[in-house]
Design a protein around this ligand. Structure first.
Ligand SMILES: CSC[C@H]1O[C@H](OP(=O)(O)O)[C@H](O)[C@@H]1O
Ligand SMILES: Nc1ncnc2[nH]cnc12
Length: 289
């Protein structure tokens, strides 16, 4: 796959990766503002790679304020075709234990204070989010993580909450018992929606750090404990990433890279040229230019 570039968005506890040949931190500007940080680019086992720390090095951006649109635009500008999100999460399932990885295939978006689309009045688009994650990319990550010695759960529903506070006991029980969510975090929405609009293959590796607030045998969520689990996991997360280049030749059968094919509904002669210009990177394939 000669035109493949894998971008990794590193979440809490994963602010850089090692081992890229020709590694360089690149500043990228976008029509949506600045991304979370400079982006590390280089080559790993022959595969062009990009790495972006979602919260910035030093964890400066709160989940609400992460510049999600700029991040996705910047990664696509650099040539990314695939985006692997590596994220900390709480677990709603006894068997999804701290230290385990969950390859999420569904999302529930409970966020309320974020820009969720590149499109708006002047160029309206509606993409499908029925199957929000790229199965082929998820399978590759699952295989790489298992080889790194991680217990991996194939499939799971990620509930994205606004935060930054953790959930109340009542919310935690509702998500777990009535909504069917398996894990909870604060960042993968609207990231997955924006990756879909930008026609990128997107998959989430959710690293379980805690049992949120529902579990009778575990205390409240505690950032110190989350960081302790993440620190214990970071070598295996890095090993999983190192195992991705040899596994990325799985063919996607979901047409993630053609998500906009029939999505734009605004008539060509009614489109706002200013917005169309801003969309050049994410939607240039269908908008022209
Ligand atoms: C440090 S605990 C809460 C924080 O961690 C997760 O971030 P990410 O998804 O970027 O790993 C969670 O969503 C919260 O933002
Ligand atoms: N329990 C939790 N809720 C939301 N985000 C999290 N990130 C890690 N653990 C979390």
């Amino acid at each position: 796959m000669s035109d493949t570039m894998l971008a990794v968005i590193g979440g809490s506890g994963l602010y850089e990766i090692e081992g890229l040949e020709g590694a360089v931190w690149q500043e990228v500007s976008t029509p949506w503002g600045a991304p979370s940080d400079a982006i590390l680019t280089g080559v790993l086992d022959g595969l062009p790679m990009a790495f972006l720390p979602r919260h910035g090095r030093g964890h400066v951006h709160s989940p609400t304020d992460v510049p999600y649109r700029a991040n996705i635009d910047a990664l696509k500008q650099l040539g990314a075709t695939h985006v692997l999100s590596v994220s900390a999460c709480g677990s709603f399932r006894e068997e999804m234990k701290p230290g385990d990885f969950v390859i999420c295939d569904q999302f529930i978006d409970r966020t309320v204070d974020r820009k969720k689309s590149f499109f708006s009045s002047g160029c309206v688009a509606h993409v499908s989010m029925a199957h929000p994650a790229c199965r082929a990319l998820g399978r590759a990550a699952a295989d790489a993580a298992r080889t790194a010695g991680v217990t991996v759960h194939d499939g799971g529903c990620y509930l994205a909450m606004e935060g930054p506070q953790f959930s109340s006991l009542a919310e935690s029980r509702m998500y777990r018992e009535h909504w069917g969510a398996d894990v909870i975090g604060m960042t993968n929405m609207p990231e997955a929606k924006l990756a879909r609009e930008a026609e990128l293959h997107y998959a989430t590796v959710a690293m379980v750090t805690d049992y949120d607030s529902w579990h009778p045998d575990h205390g409240e969520v505690d950032v110190t404990e989350i960081v302790r689990v993440l620190t214990g996991n970071s070598a295996r997360a890095r090993e999983m990433i190192a195992g991705m280049p040899s596994r990325l030749d799985h063919r996607c059968d979901q047409a993630c890279d053609r998500a906009l094919e029939y999505a734009i509904i605004t008539a060509p002669d009614r489109r706002d040229p200013v917005l169309v210009a801003k969309l050049a990177t994410v939607a240039g394939r269908v908008l022209g230019g």
